[in-house]
Unconditional design. Structure first.
Length: 158
């Protein structure tokens, strides 16, 4: 809400009256309805020290890169594992494989024993999930295309 200060002097009557100061009038004490309290600049968790914070960030960074590497490796591997499956079943098998590998990274992350505050508990699951999904799908599609490009009559010669 906007805060406005109330005038403590009587209103002026003419254009020249605003230049004169009223010396004899005593200001009327009007209680303040809202007190301005400066907002904290950044929320700081006092229970978490600098060393613990850097250790937490280091472990979250390691989890992110673990998921990125596993996404590329698993997406490439899915091309060869599910080669014998035909049609729609191949796609669902690969998506199930992607979810199983991601669940394994959650178990690995819990084994890292990260000291996260209760507000950051979901970071174990959400850290790098978008990169994981898109890199898995990208590497799966690219390797599948490169492996099967010569067999299709698409006009691409390798």
């Amino acid at each position: 809400m906007a805060k406005f200060k109330k005038k403590k002097s009587a209103p002026t009557l003419g254009p020249d009256d605003s230049r004169k100061e009223s010396v004899g009038e005593d200001p009327v004490d009007i209680p303040e309805t809202e007190k301005s309290v400066p907002a904290p600049e950044a929320p700081v968790d006092p229970s978490m020290g600098i060393i613990e914070k850097s250790d937490k960030d280091r472990k979250l960074n390691k989890l992110f890169w673990l998921r990125v590497g596993l996404a590329i490796l698993a997406g490439t591997t899915a091309t060869f594992i599910f080669e014998d499956i035909e049609g729609e079943d191949r796609r669902w098998a690969s998506i199930a494989f992607m979810i199983i590998i991601f669940a394994a990274t959650i178990i690995v992350a819990k084994g890292m024993k990260m000291q996260l505050p209760s507000s950051d508990r979901k970071k174990i699951v959400t850290q790098g999930i978008g990169s994981y999904v898109f890199l898995y799908l990208f590497s799966w599609i690219v390797t599948y295309t490169l492996v099967n490009a010569g067999s299709a009559s698409s006009g691409i010669n390798l």
